[in-house]
Design a protein around this ligand. Sequence first.
Ligand SMILES: C[S@@+](CC[C@H](N)C(=O)[O-])C[C@H]1O[C@@H](n2cnc3c(N)ncnc32)[C@H](O)[C@@H]1O
Length: 123
Amino acid sequence: MKGNRENLPLNNIYLGDCRELLTGLPAECADLVVSSPPYNLGKEYEAKKALEIYLEEQTAVLRECSRILKKTGSLFWQVGAFSNRGMLIPLDIRFFPILESCGLIPRNRIVWARQHGLHAIAV
Ligand SMILES: C[S@@+](CC[C@H](N)C(=O)[O-])C[C@H]1O[C@@H](n2cnc3c(N)ncnc32)[C@H](O)[C@@H]1O
């Protein structure tokens, strides 16, 4: 995935580790970043880590995302909640200061109401 901002191929899907793929992209080449990153729940594709370690790792990814975003670009970062010993921490709350430290401006928060899964609410 090489190229400069002007001649990046469109409509391609790259399979790989985002921590490597993002570093191969030029600065300010993307209008939109959409991600549903791991939520640190211990799913099959991740090892559950201490919250601060998880956030540090995601910060490194977000720094790369903000580097490749155009100044007019947008980022959608979909996360769930972290729970530890009965305490629930909505991850987006912890991500807001990280987004700001990356030079991004948090503009909105969308909360999904679902009737199944970890974050289900009774309706
Ligand atoms: C919360 S799930 C999102 C699933 C996705 N929304 C879907 O519908 O398939 C997180 C996804 O991130 C992937 N993932 C974990 N670490 C990654 C990494 N370093 N680079 C790229 N993808 C990663 C996992 O394999 C998993 O599919």
